[in-house]
Write a protein that binds this ligand. Structure first.
Ligand SMILES: Cc1cc2nc3c(=O)[nH]c(=O)nc-3n(C[C@H](O)[C@H](O)[C@H](O)COP(=O)(O)O)c2cc1C
Length: 326
């Protein structure tokens, strides 16, 4: 089997930033870039994305069969997750020397087709391998024993990155935190239903699972807001609360998470109780936000103990037509 084909059957976690297939056809090069795209975060590691690749373009689809109807009734987090993968893809394309254009929702008759990325020829032979390394290093599910405050300026650079991508991150002061906790507490009524759905994405004994949260790793539902001396809390805020807002929110979120990795921050996420539209409106008003809150972020300086990463499905499993060459 040719090396290029063999590589795309491996776990995307094994991708080597220095092993770009320079002499392979374009669609093989794009599949190489896709391995970085699927390292993106996704709600419960559901990886709700599908791709179609030709020699000129990559098409990104939402895979609605991987939805979480209780936790994510509007597919809001699904869209943000897919667009986090889109952000990884364009970030990788840039690092690999490609220029590209993104068309959002290019076929209005197909709401699952989220984006078409048209890719032009590469310029030069240089690859920014250190940029690609950030995509491999980025984690949200990680050990958090030592909670050290983020060094001065690091959170601001995450905020700056999110703003550049069309969303903002508002920091939550201790006073605002009381409001957040009160709203979290008031919206606990459907907790049992959510816990059931969450359990479906926890895989305590399935060591070979390529999605979900493997044994030993925990989602941070209970500890996320636990009092902490060191962590800084924020909330990602988008203009509006529709598909386009979630699209932009996903891109800004991942862009900020890549910046956080560069700044040696460890970031955890919590999308509950913001899964309900009326709670997003209520919190937005209560905190006087200039838009809609989408997801909470908890940021601290990384202690360096990154732990095992969450798994990813292989590229072959997320392609609509694995053999299609355009
Ligand atoms: C839109 C979105 C919502 C998420 N919501 C939560 C959450 O509520 N609680 C949590 O612990 N992690 C949440 N996560 C983080 C995922 O669980 C995590 O990205 C996934 O397990 C993959 O792990 P990794 O980010 O370390 O690669 C969310 C991620 C995304 C993109």
């Amino acid at each position: 089997m040719p090396l290029s084909q063999q590589r795309i059957r491996d776990s995307p976690r094994d991708v080597k930033p220095g092993r770009f297939p320079f002499d392979a056809p374009r669609h093989v090069q794009l599949k190489y870039a896709l391995q970085f795209a699927v390292l993106a975060p996704s709600t419960h590691n559901s990886q709700p994305w599908l791709f179609r690749v030709t020699d000129a373009s990559v098409f990104l689809y939402a895979d609605r069969s991987r939805g979480l109807p209780a936790i994510d009734p509007e597919d809001r987090c699904m869209l943000m997750s897919c667009c986090a993968a889109l952000q990884n893809l364009t970030f990788a394309l840039m690092a690999l020397g490609f220029s590209y254009r993104v068309s959002r929702f290019p076929d209005l008759s197909d709401p699952d087709l989220l984006a078409r990325i048209d890719v032009d020829a590469r310029s030069g032979r240089d690859i920014d391998t250190s940029a690609l390394e950030y995509l491999l290093a980025r984690r949200t599910v990680a050990p958090h024993e030592a909670v050290l405050p983020p060094p001065v300026g690091t959170v601001a650079s995450v905020q700056h990155e999110m703003e550049r991508k069309g969303a903002t991150m508002s920091l939550i002061s201790p006073e605002d935190m009381r409001i957040v906790l009160q709203i979290v507490e008031e919206n606990r009524e459907d907790v049992r239903l959510l816990a059931k759905e969450e359990a479906m994405w926890r895989h305590p004994n399935r060591v070979r699972s390529r999605d979900g949260i493997p044994g030993g790793m925990q989602l941070n539902a209970s500890s996320f807001f636990a009092e902490s001396e060191g962590a800084v809390f924020g909330v990602l805020v988008t203009h509006g609360d529709r598909m386009l807002s979630w699209f932009q929110g996903g891109i800004a979120l991942e862009s900020g998470l890549i910046a956080a990795t560069r700044e040696n921050l460890v970031v955890s996420l919590a999308s509950r109780p913001l899964h309900l539209g009326h709670v997003r409106i209520k919190l937005g008003k209560a905190l006087s936000l200039q838009g809609t809150p989408q997801i909470f972020l908890r940021m601290a300086e990384s202690s360096g103990a990154s732990g095992a990463p969450t798994p990813r499905r292989s590229i072959v499993d997320v392609m609509i037509h694995p053999g299609f060459t355009g």
